[in-house]
Design a protein around this ligand. Structure first.
Ligand SMILES: Cc1ncc(COP(=O)(O)O)c(C=O)c1O
Length: 387
C-alpha cells in the first residue's frame, strides 16, 4: 500500500486512450514523461515528435501556432507571452551589436522604447524614419542596415504604408523586413503574400479578441523563424498552455469578428465624418483618408480602428471621452467591447508639440477601437457624448 502523498501525486495521472476530445485540451504541464532513455536520445537528435518541456513548447501551444501559420499563409508561427515578448525575441534573434534597424517613427511606444532604451545598450543601432523615408528606403539604407520594422495601419492616424514597396526594397538589399500587423489582423491584410519576411502581432488584440489574454505571435519562413524559436527557449518568452487554449478558442471566430469590426467601424467613421461637431476623421475606409488607395490595394477590409479630432482641442476631447457610456475608457484595442483612448494620455503621453506633430497627433484626438456592439447603439452613444 502506497502512502497518501504518493497516491495523490500519481493516481489517475494516466492517458486513458479512450476519450478523444473534439477540441485540443489544455496540456497544463511543465514537463513530459518518457518511457525510456532511447526516447530521450531520439528527442535530442530531432528524431521524435514528442515533447520535453513546456518552455520549449507544448501541444496546446503548437495547436494555436498551426492555426496562426495557416491563416497567415506562413511556413511557421510562434506564440509568445505578449506582443512585446514577440518583438524582443525577434530582435534579439536577428540582430547583433553594430547592426542598424530602420524603424518607422510612428510606431507602438513599447517597440520604440525597447529599441531606444534597451537594445541600443547592446549596440544595436535604431534609426527612426518618416513615412516618406519608408516609401523611399533606397535613400536611407546604409551598409549596416539589417532590418526594417514598421506598422500599417499606424496608430493612431491609421496612415498606411505601401507594403509591397517596402518588401521589394528590402529584398533587393538582403535586409529583413518585419511588419507589426496588429491593427489589421490576417483577415484584413496578409503581409507575407506581399513579400514581407516576418509578420508580428500582439495577440492581445484582435487575434484573441476578448480582452482576456496577453500574447504575441510571429509568422514567416521556417528559416527565419528557427532562430527566433531558439531565442524563445533561451529568454523564456513562450506562451503558457492556458492562454494558448483561450487564444485558440478566440481564433475560431476571428473572421466573423473582424467582418463585424470592419462594418461597425465604417458606419461609425461615416457618422463622425458627416457630423459638423467633429473635425478630421481618420479611417482608411473613407475616401478622404490620405492612404485610402494604398489601403484598398493591400487590405481586404479596413479594420476596426477609427480616430477623430475635435479641432485639436483637449477640453472638447476630454468632455466627449468622459461622457461616453457604452464605449469604455480603456487602453488596448481589438476586443469585442468598444474602447476609447486619448492618444496624448496613452501612446503619445509626455510628447512635446514637436513630437506630436511628427506623429500627426493633436491634443484633441480620440482613438476608438470599435467593438461588436450594435452600430446604431455606438453611434447614439457618440452622438450624446458630442453633446
Ligand atoms: C501595434 C501594437 N504592437 C505591439 C503591441 C504590444 O503588445 P502587447 O501589449 O501584447 O505586449 C501593442 C500593444 O498595445 C500594439 O498596439
Amino acid at each position: 500500500m502506497k502512502g497518501a502523498a504518493t497516491e495523490l501525486i500519481h493516481a489517475g495521472e494516466v492517458d486513458r486512450g479512450v476519450a478523444t476530445p473534439l477540441t485540443t485540451p489544455i496540456y497544463e504541464t511543465t514537463t513530459f514523461v518518457f518511457d525510456n532513455a532511447q526516447e530521450v536520445a531520439a528527442y535530442n537528435e530531432g528524431r521524435s515528435a514528442r515533447f520535453l518541456y513546456s518552455r520549449y513548447t507544448n501541444p496546446t501551444v503548437v495547436s494555436v501556432e498551426q492555426k496562426l501559420a495557416a491563416v497567415d499563409h506562413a511556413e511557421a508561427a510562434l506564440v509568445f507571452s505578449s506582443g512585446m515578448g514577440a518583438t524582443a525575441t525577434i530582435l534579439l534573434a536577428h540582430l547583433k551589436a553594430g547592426d542598424e534597424i530602420l524603424c518607422g517613427a510612428a510606431i507602438y511606444g513599447g517597440t520604440l522604447h525597447l529599441l531606444h532604451d534597451l537594445l541600443a545598450k547592446l549596440g544595436i543601432v535604431p534609426r527612426f524614419i518618416s513615412l516618406d523615408e519608408l516609401a523611399n528606403l533606397d535613400r536611407v539604407f546604409t551598409d549596416r542596415t539589417r532590418m526594417v520594422w514598421f506598422e500599417s495601419p499606424i496608430n493612431p492616424t491609421l496612415r498606411c504604408v505601401d507594403i509591397r514597396r517596402v518588401s521589394e526594397a528590402c529584398r533587393a538589399r538582403g535586409v529583413t523586413s518585419v511588419i507589426d500587423n496588429t491593427f489589421a489582423s490576417p483577415i484584413n491584410q496578409l503581409p507575407l503574400a506581399l513579400g514581407i519576411d516576418l509578420a508580428m502581432q500582439s495577440a492581445t488584440k484582435y487575434l484573441n479578441g476578448h480582452s482576456d489574454v496577453t500574447g504575441g505571435v510571429v509568422t514567416g519562413s521556417t528559416a527565419l523563424v528557427a532562430p527566433i524559436e531558439k531565442a524563445r527557449r533561451l529568454v523564456g518568452t513562450v506562451m503558457d498552455p492556458q492562454p494558448a487554449y483561450a487564444l485558440g478558442r478566440g481564433l475560431k471566430t476571428l473572421p466573423l469578428r473582424v467582418a463585424k469590426h470592419n462594418g461597425n467601424a465604417q458606419a461609425v467613421a461615416e457618422f463622425l465624418e458627416s457630423d459638423h461637431r467633429v473635425g478630421q476623421v481618420y479611417y482608411p475606409g473613407l475616401t478622404s483618408h490620405p492612404d485610402h488607395e494604398i489601403a484598398e490595394r493591400q487590405m481586404s477590409g479596413f479594420g476596426g480602428m477609427v480616430c477623430f479630432d475635435l479641432d485639436g482641442r483637449y477640453d472638447r476631447a476630454e468632455r466627449v471621452y468622459d461622457r461616453l457610456q457604452i464605449v469604455k475608457r480603456a487602453a488596448s484595442l481589438g476586443g469585442i467591447e468598444s474602447l476609447i483612448s486619448m492618444p496624448v494620455l496613452t501612446s503619445q503621453w509626455g510628447h512635446s508639440d514637436e513630437q506630436l506633430r511628427a506623429a500627426g497627433v493633436t491634443r484633441g484626438m480620440l482613438r476608438l477601437s470599435v467593438g461588436l456592439e450594435d452600430a446604431a447603439d455606438l453611434i447614439a452613444d457618440l452622438d450624446q457624448a458630442l453633446g
